[in-house]
Design a binder for this molecule. Structure first.
Ligand code: PEP
Ligand code: MG
Length: 758
């Protein structure tokens, strides 16, 4: 050493390729490999350790005592070799014995050697072995040498998998048994517990062939993949945020930067020059970047690293021609889905019976993917760090959103504790179920109307299960989100009729289509006004519906016909000014007249309501109230606009509290105005589904809540244990001179006054 990086790596790979293709037995192949590497790198010692039964065993060596082969064993994390495998990282030491993890093994005769370099042999992102070289001279290895070792380690991973030296069939046996259980922390998005195996939304590809047969052909494959990836990224940028959500702008800008980065493609080309296949070259460059980035503890850079990982993964999937998501491949067993972020439509593609939970690296409480998951009854933990590092496809996971955590590869004790807790939760749920027939009446006699939010056909079952008073918000756009094409009027009508039939006497409030924002539809051209910089505040909901009135007319007819003989409650989303409500109402009335003229059976009544989600409407509410049959406050959008904080932005997810004076005063003012005008007012945002927040709302004079079905039991229990008048009095003082945290004051008050907050 040192070596000319490319030439030597290529020479080694060519020789390794011959060994791999030979009919030698596995052990002989490994012996040949240590000789090839030792010679090529002029290394005094070259050894291969492989994981067997959870322990790293010396399988082949040139330079160490041959008697140590299959005798020297190190546990994961033990000695330098164990440390490399456990951390999946390279060590490069001029004086091995001074490293704190050094463990001396006399049988190897290694005391003569001072310098040491080792790289992990990786399979499916886990170390399955270690390749190490040693020298008598105390010196650090040069970067090109380390890189050559890393490249060889990649090829070795293929060799040992093909030789059956690691079990590639099972998911548990192929990874180190001693890889400890870990607990990852996150942010509660949808409460619940779930056990299952980890499934990546965009599955990782296991690289099967690492050594190129034809370097030029591999180069062309990479060029073609780069072209395709750039095309995809450009298309994504022009398609607003579909499928990404959250910090999409920033993410896309970074994607674009990397996709066109000359340095990245050049490094991949160099790796191909060294003899790797296109897939292996991309992964090789990624490994190198990963290691470099690890040394720089800058959170911003780490985030960017994340983007590059995503993109690199995408490039490998393009090269390998495997582009489907896990949904398209179909879930095979109880699964916990892992993704950076998801669009609501992407989530809805999954089989509800097998999808037990979701772990997101981003995500926020009121993003629509969260709302959809809540509607599907799928627990979601968001903002989980270290996902890709810690969780491999197929790992067993125990998701406990209540504890803000997910256990990865749990041990028996964790499984037991989890099961016990699940039993308690089930019992608790059974207790709530007993409340089904009880009335949501406060201790001082105020009957609260408790309704559920719905959007999917199956949600209607929640009415009977929870004993709710009706559906206070039926999000009609969910049907649009699950369809590949625009649902025809007949299909809409069928769904609405089914929902009304299932609801029986209980009222259902249909909200007209609310698309746009983070609910974009691939088949609807949202960009006709040009690309939206700010889709949440853009051409969405009623704005889009009034401009594209064909869509709204079809929906109006579908709703009116579906409600024949019944009362139709319809409300319009995102009303900002009274004229928007008037126009939407007139559109419905025109359809009503049209149908009546054709002697269709009509609803007995149509009641029109508006959603208050845009703060501007509050300023002119007095003008609109006389025309309204009811009002519903959508606290999800309202909060986003009051605080100017994107509801899907993960960094803002925890910044503003629903129990802040601004929101509480705002709600109180609207509630008062509605009471004075005699217009029923409800809250239908996610805020109302949390017992403490719901308690505050009731204290402010809200008497109607429409919430997620799972929250009906806990909120009813809260209501039945609440003295509303006492709380109203407390809130009146709190809102005059708010304490530092209204939340903790209310929590304290609830505890002191026996209010059940589960
Ligand atoms: C809201 O904004 O609070 C609301 C209920 O509507 P959505 O969450 O569907 O935007
Ligand atoms: Mg809304």
């Amino acid at each position: 050493m040192p070596i000319s990086a490319v030439a030597s790596a290529r020479e080694i790979l060519t020789r390794l390729h011959d060994v791999m293709a030979s009919r030698l037995p596995a052990q002989a192949k490994l012996n040949a490999v240590v000789d090839i590497i030792g010679e090529a790198l002029e290394s005094e010692v070259c050894s291969i350790y492989l994981l067997r039964e959870g322990v790293l065993e010396l399988f082949a060596t040139r330079g160490l005592a041959q008697d140590a082969v299959h005798v020297t064993k190190l546990a994961m994390g033990e000695g330098l070799v164990g440390t490399i495998a456990a951390n999946v990282e390279t060590l490069n030491l001029d004086e091995a014995a001074t490293h704190p993890d050094f463990a001396y093994r006399p049988e190897t005769g290694e005391e003569r050697y001072h310098s040491f370099a080792g790289v992990p042999i990786i399979r499916k992102e886990r170390a399955v072995g270690v390749l190490a070289v040693q020298h008598a001279d105390p010196r650090r290895y040069e970067d090109v040498e380390i890189e050559a070792l890393q490249t060889v380690a990649m090829v070795l991973s293929e060799l040992i998998a093909n030789a059956g030296l690691i079990d590639t069939t099972g998911t548990t046996t192929e990874r180190p048994q001693s890889t400890a259980a870990v607990r990852l922390q996150g942010f509660k998005l949808v409460e619940g517990m779930a056990a299952g195996v980890a499934v990546y939304h965009q599955p990782r590809i296991t690289i099967e062939h690492t050594v190129a047969e034809d370097v030029e052909a591999e180069r062309h494959r990479v060029y073609a993949a780069f072209d395709k990836m750039r095309e995809q990224i450009d298309r994504m940028s022009s398609q607003a945020e579909f499928g990404l959500g959250g910090e999409h702008e920033e993410v896309l800008a970074t994607y674009k930067m990397f996709a066109y980065d000359e340095g990245w493609s050049r490094r991949i080309n160099e790796a191909i020059d060294s003899g790797l296949t296109a897939e292996a070259a991309i992964e090789r460059v990624q490994q190198r970047t990963r290691m470099r980035m690890r040394e720089i503890a800058d959170p911003l850079l780490q985030d960017r690293m994340h983007d590059l990982e995503d993109l690199s993964n995408r490039l490998i999937r393009i090269v390998a021609g495997q582009l489907g998501t896990a949904a398209q491949l179909g879930l095979r067993q109880d699964s916990i889905l892992i993704a950076r972020n998801l669009g609501p439509a992407e989530l809805l593609e999954y089989d509800r019976r097998r999808l037990k939970g979701v772990v997101l690296e981003e995500g926020s409480l009121t993003a629509h993917v969260t709302i959809v998951a809540r509607a599907m009854g799928v627990p979601v933990l968001g903002r989980v760090r270290g996902v890709r590092r810690e969780i491999a496809e197929g790992d067993r996971l125990l998701l406990d959103v209540g504890e803000d955590s997910v256990h990865v590869r749990p041990n028996a004790a964790m499984e037991e504790a989890f099961e016990a807790k699940q039993l308690i939760t089930q019992k608790r749920r059974a207790e709530f179920a007993k409340l089904r027939a009880e009335q949501p009446v406060t201790r001082d006699g105020q009957r609260i109307t408790l309704m559920v939010n719905a959007g999917l056909r199956d949600d209607v079952a929640a009415l009977d299960l929870t004993g709710a008073d009706g559906i206070g918000l039926f999000r009609t756009e969910f049907q649009f989100l699950v369809s590949a094409t625009l649902p025809q009027r007949e299909r809409q009508q069928r769904l609405y009729k089914d929902v009304l039939d299932a609801a029986g006497d209980r009222p259902v409030t249909f909200r007209t289509v609310d698309v746009g924002g983070d609910k974009s539809l691939p088949y609807l051209n949202h960009d006709e006004e040009g690309e939206e910089e700010n889709p949440a505040m853009g051409w969405r909901a009623i704005r889009l519906a009034l401009d594209r009135d064909g869509l709204m007319k079809a929906q109006a007819r579908a709703l009116i016909e579906a409600a024949a003989g019944k009362t139709l409650n319809v409300m319009f989303p995102m009303i900002s000014e009274p004229w928007e409500f008037d126009e939407a109402r007139s559109l419905f009335e025109a359809q009503r007249a049209w149908l009546a003229a054709r002697n269709r059976k009509m609803p007995v009544d149509i009641r029109y309501g508006a959603m208050l989600e845009v703060p501007a409407l509050a300023e002119v509410l007095d003008l609109l109230l006389p025309r309204l049959d009811f009002l519903s406050i959508g606290t999800n959008d309202l909060t986003q606009f009051l605080f100017a904080a994107d509801r899907a932005h993960p960094k803002l997810a925890m910044r503003y509290d629903w129990l802040s004076p601004s929101i509480l005063r705002f709600v109180r003012r609207v509630a008062r105005q509605c009471h004075e005008a005699g217009v029923p007012v409800a809250v239908c945002g996610e805020m109302g589904g949390r017992p403490l927040e719901a308690m505050a709302l009731v204290g402010l004079g809200i008497e109607r809540l429409s919430i997620t079905p799972a929250a009906v039991g806990p909120v009813k229990a809260m209501i039945r244990s609440l003295d509303r008048a006492a709380l109203a009095e407390l809130l009146a003082t709190l809102l005059v001179a708010p304490p530092d945290s209204i939340r903790s004051t209310l929590e304290g008050w609830a505890a002191a006054n026996g209010v059940e907050l589960d």
